[in-house]
Design a protein around this ligand. Structure first.
Ligand code: SDX
Length: 394
């Protein structure tokens, strides 16, 4: 069988597609979307502009930008029936569990955008997913809090509208802090796409069979949930709490290096980056900005994280294996400072990554070389044998 295919667990050396969306140079720590460095997109752009770029290949001109923002905001509401679907969950459900369900269920609501062979329907589905995700994520929070759902406000920008739906209540006016909205927007940009990571590959694989876009994105959400992938941002905070104080860092580093211990440093290491993740650098800077804005001095978790990074990066084990902080290492500290509960961190990653998933899904469906994804295997089971009647079995 090995003559017919390559055995490559984890696809460490398999290129599964051609893509023009994102370029990573893992040795240099470079990340480009459509050729633009992530640093420049994060500094000069906003999330919807980045979404347009990732989806369509070019930065929008003024008219295109206005139209895109209008088109997206027109899709920000959820069908009212979906609010009843939310109400079927336990209040203490994990937001990612609710998202898998709600996003998958969208295929049962938006019948006019599930024909994947119609480019117009594909575009409408893409806009719907990008537009509705902040509503879905914020409603998981409102539901968990026992508060009424807050409806989107289309006069607000994407990140501000999200914060509004999270924190406004019917009885109190809520004014979005522009510095926090800008920080949130930048965090969303940093998560928007990352070529063929596990969840994006999952979306492509699901989509390769011709499944509808809502089902494919639900599959992406499921894959992102794991702690080795997007779930790491939640796991980092749990880890920092568990470590508790700087004095205990060496003890945990020792455990992370021990192959007989399942503990790993969450937010560290990457399949592609063998250098600092450029997103982690921007994230760390944003973290300081947010804490300054909120007047939080000496945040013990940030100090602990920075000390952990410092000690790990001077340790032979991490140097040899080129293990650096990744995108998930600092994001949680920022979310926490903004008042977002730890359980919600991964759903924010999903919100942002919806742009990349949907862009990659569209790219796949318009690729003339596209085929159903169907890896092979090395069979290691029993040789052929005959079925025994029940009384003859041992
Ligand atoms: C994301 O792929 C993407 O692009 C993902 C992402 C995106 O934007 O989509 O960037 C988002 O998922 C970030 C990663 C979040 N995950 C974590 O932070 C969890 C902790 N990290 C690891 O589980 C791990 O580093 C992975 C999953 C990120 C990468 O795994 P690989 O590529 O399979 O590497 P590996 O596990 O084979 O590690 C190589 C070596 C091993 O040691 P040796 O067997 O060679 O001695 O490095 C060690 C590993 O044990 N190692 C770690 C470690 N990560 C790797 N040791 C301690 N702590 C760690 N975190």
């Amino acid at each position: 069988d090995m003559d017919l295919f390559t055995y490559d667990p984890g696809y460490t050396s398999t290129g599964s597609c051609k893509s023009a969306i994102t370029y990573i140079d893992g040795d240099e720590g470079v990340l480009l979307h459509r050729g633009y460095p992530i640093e420049e997109i994060a500094e000069h752009g906003d999330f919807l502009e980045a979404a347009f770029l990732i989806l369509k290949g070019e930065l929008p001109n003024d008219a295109q930008r206005t139209k895109f923002v209008t088109d997206i905001s027109r899709h920000s509401m959820l069908n009212e029936q979906i609010s009843f679907f939310f109400r079927g969950f336990r209040r203490d459900s994990h937001p990612m569990a609710v998202m898998c369900g709600v996003v998958g269920a969208m295929a049962a609501f938006y019948h006019d955008s599930i024909n994947i062979n119609d480019p117009h329907q594909r575009m409408v589905a893409s806009y719907r997913l990008i537009a509705k995700m902040p509503t879905v994520v914020s409603w998981t929070y409102k539901y968990a809090m026992g508060q009424p759902f807050v409806y989107p406000r289309n006069d607000l920008d994407y990140a501000s509208n999200f914060l509004h739906m999270m924190f406004a209540t019917p009885c109190e006016p809520y004014k979005v802090n522009p510095t926090l909205a800008r920080a949130m927007d930048r965090i969303l940009i940093l998560h928007a796409d990352h070529e063929q990571n596990a969840s994006t590959s999952t979306v492509r694989l699901a989509g390769s069979s011709g499944a509808n876009p809502f089902a494919c994105i639900a599959a992406g959400i499921a894959s992102l949930w794991g702690p080795a992938h997007g779930g790491a941002n939640e796991a980092v905070l749990a880890m920092l709490h568990e470590i508790g104080s700087k004095e205990r860092i060496p003890e945990f580093l020792k455990r992370a290096k021990d192959k007989n211990d399942s503990f790993r440093l969450m937010g560290f290491g990457h399949r592609v980056y063998k250098n600092y993740d450029p997103r982690a650098k921007i994230m760390q800077r944003t973290c300081h900005e947010v804490l300054d804005e909120l007047g939080i001095k000496d945040e013990p978790l940030l100090e602990l994280a920075m000390e952990l990074e410092r000690i790990a990066l001077s340790d032979e084990y991490f140097i040899e294996r080129k293990l650096f902080p990744n995108v998930d290492f600092y994001s949680g500290i920022i979310f926490r400072a903004m008042g977002i509960p730890t359980q919600m961190f991964t759903s924010l990653f999903a919100l942002a990554r919806t742009v990349g998933w949907i862009a990659q899904w569209n790219e796949m469906l318009t690729d003339p070389e596209q085929k159903i994804g169907r890896p092979r295997q090395l069979y290691v089971g029993s040789p052929p044998r005959h079925y025994l009647p029940l009384h003859q079995r041992g």
